[in-house]
Ligand binder design. Structure first.
Ligand code: SAM
Length: 187
């Protein structure tokens, strides 16, 4: 599954001008595609120049790639990359924005994990989910069959889990021709 970051990520960034000083990125690199490793963290820090970013991924390889890609920002003290499972985050109302790009397919229970993200956000904080599969397109349903533990969720399923996890003001966007989706919610 290859994300067209150049065109898609800015399009997914329909966040407007949030006063973002602290960003939590859950999962930051695409293992195996070294050139884009850690790019989300980097892009967000460019979009929000006053922000500090924490990137979390449970894969040692992903964490190493993200650290390498963002080494300058890490040295400047603006970026932390840490290994961790989203179902057991240890943050308490620390972040203005949390993002999850192409990762919730693998999360062990949406409600359980979204509740952890909710806890990590400050009151009024924003959670943005971006997926390249909308839970209905043929290709991703094929991926589900061959990748163990993968589940492609529909917008409706994601929205329902967000509300059950304490989020409100849930809004979603679907690309006009591709199965690309963005779901944004407020704490
Ligand atoms: C398809 S990659 C996407 C990575 C990156 N967000 C991107 O768009 O390039 C999925 C990532 O999710 C991570 N991941 C899956 N389940 C996770 C969990 N429960 N906690 C933390 N990371 C997880 C994997 O290690 C992998 O790096």
């Amino acid at each position: 599954m290859k994300v067209n970051y150049k065109n898609w990520m800015p399009k997914g960034m329909v966040l407007g001008n949030l006063a973002v000083t602290c960003v939590l990125i859950i999962v930051t690199v695409l293992v195996g595609l070294a050139p884009i490793g850690g790019r989300n963290a980097n892009e967000l820090m460019r979009k929000y120049p006053l922000s500090n970013v924490t990137a979390v991924d449970y894969s040692e390889v992903s964490v190493a790639k993200a650290k390498d890609y963002n080494k300058e920002l890490i040295n400047q003290g603006r970026c932390k990359v840490q290994q961790g499972d989203v179902s057991a985050l240890d943050f308490n109302e620390e972040y203005d924005l949390a993002t999850a790009f192409e990762t919730i397919y693998f999360w062990p229970g949406l409600e359980k994990c979204f509740t952890q993200v909710n806890k990590a956000l400050k009151p009024g904080g924003t959670f943005m989910i971006v997926n390249e599969a909308d839970g209905r397109d043929k290709a991703s349903l094929q991926y589900e069959k061959i990748i163990e533990g993968m589940k492609c969720h529909t917008i409706e399923t994601i929205e329902e889990a967000l509300v059950k996890s304490g989020f409100s003001q849930v809004t979603s966007d679907h690309h006009e021709s591709k199965p690309w989706i963005t779901v944004i919610a407020k704490k």
